[in-house]
Design a protein around this ligand. Sequence first.
Ligand code: HMG
Ligand code: MG
Length: 295
Amino acid sequence: MTSLPSSIKIVEVGPRDGLQNIDQTISTEDKVIYIDLLTDAGFQEIEVTSFVSPKWIPQLADSEDVSTQIDRNDSITYTALVPNLRGLENAIKSDYNSVAVFTAASETFSKKNINCSIDESILRFNEMMELWEKHSIRVRGYISTVWHCPYEGSIKTEKVMDIIAKLFDLGIQEISLGDTIGKATADEVRYSLEKILNRWDPAHFALHMHDTFDLAKENIKAAMEFELTTFDSSTGGIGGCPYAQGSSGNIASEKIVSLCDLMGFETGIDKIKLEKATNFIQNIVNKESVTHGED
Ligand code: HMG
Ligand code: MG
């Protein structure tokens, strides 16, 4: 265990991870307003949308329109989630120089989410490699179900490390470790990070914690002890993965910004502007309660 970091990067995934799991139809215009408000709030990175099959995720079928209509700020990284070569091609056409690919540490979840095995998903990344290298695309890699799978239960850290090694071999620069159903405890996070960071530099990792059981904040604090400085979150805690039973939204951006404030870490996020973005999307998704940072 080492010293605490001084600044934290928060990756806002609400427009993708949040909106992919909302039943109601949200207009392209509202998505664009929402993303522009997030840009204004000062996030360093925003995951805007995904270029996946619209049959699998109809909520984000307007990804091309959203991507061309948002107002981009040069100092912010806009990322698109892509499952295969076709998704990468479409993301490039829509002007992305940062994409996120995704796989899982559980075979059953992989099959349910992307209809292939873990090895097959990595083969898909292999097929994408030439194109992302040609276009100098920055690639982030998600690993889902790092601690728990809704179908297979507990996941071994060794299995996760095996996948991490394969992703780094492909030139993926950052790996976001996903607690897809929000079941990991701080002790489990410490146990895995101790092993993982014994082998790799913490600068290459992010944590992606869904907050189903209100455990995400403690898990993030545990990860900070290991010098992790990048955390994913979603405005108002909206979202989840439709292919992970029991998955609720990511940790709310408000919650993690408040945590960073309390701990004295810079995030560069304007809380008033963040609240504006949260109120805007919460009013649209019609969620009863907003997760505020003070709890
Ligand atoms: P498939 O059905 O096995 O394969 O889907 P397919 O090749 O037969 O494709 C099905 C249809 O989609 C075909 O169209 C393809 O052309 C089309 P049809 O011939 O039937 O008309 N297609 C596409 N369309 C648009 N863009 C594409 C694309 N690729 C194929 N890129 C596939 C395989 C991977 C496409 C599908 O399973 C899929 O899109 N899955 C995505 C599921 C998803 O987005 N899940 C949520 C995101 S992951 C997540 O939330 C977890 C994360 O947050 C981390 C965590 O919390 O743990 C990242
Ligand atoms: Mg997620």
